[in-house]
Design a binder for this molecule. Sequence first.
Ligand SMILES: Cc1cc2nc3c(=O)[nH]c(=O)nc-3n(C[C@H](O)[C@H](O)[C@H](O)COP(=O)(O)OP(=O)(O)OC[C@H]3O[C@@H](n4cnc5c(N)ncnc54)[C@H](O)[C@@H]3O)c2cc1C
Length: 424
Amino acid sequence: METAQTPSAPDVVVVGAGAAGIAAAHRLQALGCSVLVVEASDRIGGRAFTESNTFGFPFDHGCAWLQGPGDLPYIAAARSAGFTLIDHSDPPGALFSGDRPATPCEVAKYDQAGESLRQLLVSSQYDVAASSLVKFSDRWLAAAATWLSAMDHGVDLIELSSADVAVYGTYAVNALVKEGLGTLVAHVAKGLPVWTGTVVTGIDWSGPGVIVRTQKGDIRADAAVVTVSTGVISSGRIKFTPGLPVGVRQAFDDLPMGLLTKIALQTDGARFGLLENAFVTRAIDEPLPARSAFFLSFPIGFDLCVGFVGGSHAWEIEKAGEEAAIAFAIDELASMLGSDVRRHIRKGRMTNWGSNPWTRGAYAAARPGRHAARAVLSSPLGDRVFFAGEALGGAYPALLSGAHMSGEAAARQAAAILARNRRS
Ligand SMILES: Cc1cc2nc3c(=O)[nH]c(=O)nc-3n(C[C@H](O)[C@H](O)[C@H](O)COP(=O)(O)OP(=O)(O)OC[C@H]3O[C@@H](n4cnc5c(N)ncnc54)[C@H](O)[C@@H]3O)c2cc1C
């Protein structure tokens, strides 16, 4: 599908129409380069994907929170196009100890555990596995660690790099989008020349420019910006000619994909005493990694409880399939709210980023000790292949904002090098 006037011989081919590819394409155009975006799947947005068919209202399979610096263009784009942003910078919480609400004292313990865990990781001098820094004697600390490692980073604590936690920038914005964040991303991409349904199978950078090989034919250009996930690159699905230098290949392998799986449960309107937009968490009494789901209750007022499962447990859940995942999420909700919950669930849906061949996981997580791999990928190959994507998200790794910023940075780098080469 062509979504705008397609240049027959673009200056730059952008591989992937997610947030990074969209940002790169816009920036390249603004800098005077012609561009063509090629996208394997049949839609624009990548891991930003909203659909309304399942529940009759927008459900974000991928990113849902718009988080990042205040100058993120998505904020202005949302406002000018009339999207509804719901501030979530100070979310309500519902904490449970087994099947009863936590006491104020337990809530204070949980809040303190979360804060001290983060401080511990941020102040670590070395890039080590988070599990090596924390002694787990406390069920509230285990709950806070489950949000931080399995949900936020998509990996178990033993696979979480302390440096990955330490780099995070602050959020000037932290908001849910009523119409769906995926809808907003697709809106921002409007007007860009994108070929959807076009799988890139190879990138030949042996000559002065690049030949991007697709199942629909070759595209010649001066440069390529490659925004596919680290999981896609590591799978070898895109053949580089010549092959990736050893250090670059290693860097991709050092940034494997973590997994966050959402299991969304539609309710019949019952609210179980929970507030809208609240994080629902239980104490963890089993050893980590816990086989638990935590929830966001009734986001934006929709009749939905969105369960989150991350890390090794998410890979297991996805493999077990949607029916088993929904049964598990209902059990988890019932363990906190009581069995009566069961009769109020109308429908469920599980996301499947782990088995999606175009992502192969939710977001990259540096192997402990290998956080520096992120910086390795910010250097181009032969001044003509530039990498971007959430794994290169700087102070906002794994996030939409980081993906966007990495796309812009790669575009600036590419445009500067192309201009220099043309002058010489
Ligand atoms: C469940 C989940 C929840 C999340 N929640 C949040 C959140 O609340 N807030 C937040 O900021 N971030 C969140 N994220 C992360 C955020 O969605 C990603 O960081 C961001 O969307 C990644 O953008 P990207 O452009 O780097 O990659 P992608 O969006 O993956 O874009 C890359 C594109 O390349 C395409 N592609 C792959 N292989 C090929 C090929 N061979 N040829 C052509 N095209 C190819 C893919 O189809 C894809 O469209 C979440 C992610 C997941 C999965």
